[in-house]
Design a protein around this ligand. Sequence first.
Ligand SMILES: CC(C)(COP(=O)(O)OP(=O)(O)OC[C@H]1O[C@@H](n2cnc3c(N)ncnc32)[C@H](O)[C@@H]1OP(=O)(O)O)[C@@H](O)C(=O)NCCC(=O)NCCS
Length: 176
Amino acid sequence: MKTPTLETQRIILRPPTVSDAEAIFKNWTSDDDVTRYVTWSTHQSVEDTRKWLMLEEIRVESDKSYQWVFVHKETGEIFGSGGFAMNEERGMYELGYVLMKKYWRQGLATEAAKVMADFAVGTLGTKALFARHAVENPASGRVMEKVGFVYHCDGTCKSLDGLRVLDSKEYILTVP
Ligand SMILES: CC(C)(COP(=O)(O)OP(=O)(O)OC[C@H]1O[C@@H](n2cnc3c(N)ncnc32)[C@H](O)[C@@H]1OP(=O)(O)O)[C@@H](O)C(=O)NCCC(=O)NCCS
């Protein structure tokens, strides 16, 4: 199904559009602290962010990928993104999320991850979700645990450009 807009107490989660590029580049895709433990590299110019968003505009219709940007209801600021895409190797959707630094440690990643997982389970009928985080990034593991993921095993995760390999911890959320 087409990716719908979701809502929590503090966040509107809506599909990204190319017109978000400037704000997203300024707020987090250009920030090395945000990209340190993710599979993609820091964007060097707004053009990198625009290229990614052009792909997301196409993927919005796909059943294999559901991605959102997070808009803070109170400030109106676009402060993060996340979603899940089919991981063919695992046979499950893989969940991920990134927030701009200013919004860290306010429970917002947990709030966003929870509504995305609820959508996967409640609306799409997903029976299991996969997620992983770099060993050196335990905050992301805490988000997973708070949403109901359970530690599964250790692993490694290669960056998309193949240049970095991170030791990781893998988690699965299963629906009874
Ligand atoms: C990881 C990230 C998503 C966490 O987002 P957040 O909104 O700060 O997380 P929350 O506020 O929901 O906190 C969730 C838990 O993690 C803990 N936590 C948050 N930041 C932490 C940190 N730097 N160190 C240790 N624990 C941390 C919180 O205390 C909370 O646990 P608690 O309720 O037991 O206290 C955010 O730091 C981020 O976007 N980082 C860059 C991108 C990234 O690494 N994404 C994940 C890739 S796998």
